[in-house]
Design a protein. Sequence first.
Length: 267
Amino acid sequence: MSDFFQNKRIWITGASSGIGEALVYACAEEGAHLVLSSRKEPELRRVATTATEKGAASVIVQPLDLADHTSIPGIVSLVLQKTGKVDILINCGGISQRELAMDTTLEVDKKIMNINYFGTVALTKALLPGMLTHQLGHIVTITSVTGKYGTPMRSAYAASKHALHGFFDSLRAELGHTPIRVTLVCPGFVRTNVSINALAGDGRPQGIMDEATNKGMTPEEAARRTLRAIRQGKEEVWFGGREVVGIYLKRLFPAYFSKVIRRVKVT
Ligand SMILES: NC(=O)c1ccc[n+]([C@@H]2O[C@H](COP(=O)([O-])OP(=O)(O)OC[C@H]3O[C@@H](n4cnc5c(N)ncnc54)[C@H](OP(=O)(O)O)[C@@H]3O)[C@@H](O)[C@H]2O)c1
């Protein structure tokens, strides 16, 4: 364990569950000041209690709905009044999909984009002026292997994660002359509630733990790898199981990859 994160002010979205919750505990163990956000305040309070027990320097619970974009600037002002500045923003909140494109309503497409893409962009844009004023900050976004290639049953999800890559690659280039860093983290399957919470074509949560998700990496390991990427100032990292091979295949042998991905049984 290093002390890289000690006393850093770290704002984590998606902090109530899964990878975000594991990130909270990993940062708490290094003595960070934490801001925890997601929609479910009671869950955030549960995580905050454990984070304090694990050694967090301080914990603020700040409920936030990534789909409610107009509320975000006010929430950022509230947080900055309490913390003064944010050293690291970890955009982890998000929602997935389990349905064919033709059976997914446009409302569901929009909902997933609104949470995963526009919500993340809104929060980042609201925090950026403060980071520029202080000439300090690290913006970390959990995208997905699905942000690097599309798979069946994930059209809206893949679109939202690809969009994040476009946005943050551009932002990184724009911030190249500043000390502010931008990191994209692309996990493969991680054993969380993501598939249970994933939206079916009609917008209802599918309510099922997928086999691939259940066999995935632990959220603790995903958090460990994310913090290592932040420490090392990486621009982009990928981790997971066999699904990571697809990133190389798509880049090196796109025609072959296209034939493989249509045969893959993706739940
Ligand atoms: N697990 C995987 O296999 C995997 C792989 C690649 C990438 N990811 C990404 O990792 C991130 C975390 O997912 P997870 O696997 O930890 O799944 P999870 O356990 O379902 O956690 C999702 C988190 O996002 C929050 N969230 C959902 N909708 C929100 C909204 N409208 N506003 C604010 N927060 C919202 C949830 O909190 P509330 O319900 O309290 O709002 C929860 O904290 C997501 O961006 C996901 O796409 C996951």
